[in-house]
Design a protein around this ligand. Structure first.
Ligand code: SF4
Length: 238
C-alpha cells in the first residue's frame, strides 16, 4: 500500500471511530467550526449566510466551475432545525441557481410539506458541492474536499438539530468513508457533533418507478425518526 493510501485509510478509520462515539453513548466535543478557513486562501470564513455566499462569489476553486451555469449556494431558513444535504446540483438547479427545484426537488418538497407538516422555507436545503458535476457524475474526492468547508460553515452558522443527507454520496462525503445506503439509511450518525441521518435521494426513487412504493415507505420511516427527534408530531395517515 502506498503511504498516501495508508494515510487515507488511517484517516477513514479515525473518522469511523469518531462517528461511532455517540452510538456507544460517548459525548463527542467538537471544536468550534465558526472560524473555519477557506482552504485555498487561509482566510476565516464569514459567520452569516449572506456574507458567506458573497465570499464564495464566482468561485473557481475547483474544476466544477468550468461547466456550471450558476453556483447553487443553498436556500431556506438561517435558523432551520433541519438541513437536507444532497450531493450536488442537477441540470434544473444549475439553470435556476437554486437547490432541489426539479422533479426530485418537488418530491423533497412534498416530503417536507405533506409528510413533515413543515414549509419548505422552514428547513434548509443545500448540497455537498455547489456546482453541477458534468453529466450528473458523482463529484470527485478533490472537488468534495475543496467545497466541503463552505457546507461546514453553513452548518456552523445554522446550527441545525438534525442533518438529513440524501443519497449515498452525500453521506459518504460528510462521514468521510464508504457508505452503504441500503444498509445504513435510517441510522443515526454525527457530523460536526450534529445528529445525521441518511436516507435515499428523491432522484433515486424517481429512477426506480417499479420500486417506488417500497422506497417511499423506507424514506417515510427515516423521516419519522427525524420528526421524533425534532419533537414533531407524526401523523399516522402518511
Ligand atoms: S463546487 Fe464548490 S469549490 Fe468547486 S467551484 Fe463550485 S463552489 Fe467552488
Amino acid at each position: 500500500m502506498s503511504p498516501r493510501a495508508e494515510l487515507r485509510e488511517i484517516v477513514g478509520q479515525l473518522k469511523n471511530l469518531l462517528v461511532s462515539y455517540p452510538q456507544i453513548g460517548l459525548e463527542l466535543h467538537m471544536p468550534s467550526r465558526e472560524r473555519m478557513t477557506d482552504p485555498s486562501a487561509g482566510q476565516s470564513l464569514p459567520t452569516d449566510l449572506n456574507a458567506l455566499s458573497a465570499f464564495i462569489g464566482d468561485c473557481k476553486r475547483c474544476k466544477l466551475a468550468e461547466g456550471r451555469t450558476r453556483l447553487v449556494f443553498g436556500e431556506g431558513s438561517a435558523k432551520a432545525r433541519l438541513v437536507f444535504v444532497g450531493e450536488g446540483p442537477g441540470a434544473e438547479e444549475d439553470t435556476a441557481g437554486r437547490p432541489f427545484v426539479g422533479e426530485a426537488g418537488k418530491l423533497l418538497t412534498k416530503i417536507v410539506e405533506n409528510g413533515m407538516g413543515l414549509k419548505r422555507e422552514d428547513v434548509y436545503i443545500c448540497n455537498v458541492v455547489k456546482c453541477r458535476p458534468p453529466h450528473n457524475r458523482d463529484p470527485e474526492a478533490e472537488e468534495v474536499q475543496t467545497c466541503l468547508p463552505f457546507l461546514e460553515q453553513q452548518l456552523a452558522i445554522i446550527k441545525p438539530e438534525v442533518i438529513c443527507t440524501l443519497g449515498r454520496i452525500a453521506a459518504k462525503s460528510l462521514l468521510g468513508r464508504d457508505f452503504k445506503i441500503t444498509q445504513e439509511r435510517g441510522k443515526w450518525f454525527t457530523f460536526m457533533g450534529i445528529p445525521l441521518m441518511a436516507t435515499f435521494h428523491p432522484a433515486y426513487i424517481l429512477r426506480n418507478p417499479s420500486d417506488e412504493r417500497r422506497l417511499k415507505g423506507l424514506v417515510w420511516e427515516d423521516v419519522q425518526k427525524i420528526m421524533r427527534r425534532l419533537g414533531l408530531k407524526v401523523r399516522r395517515d402518511e
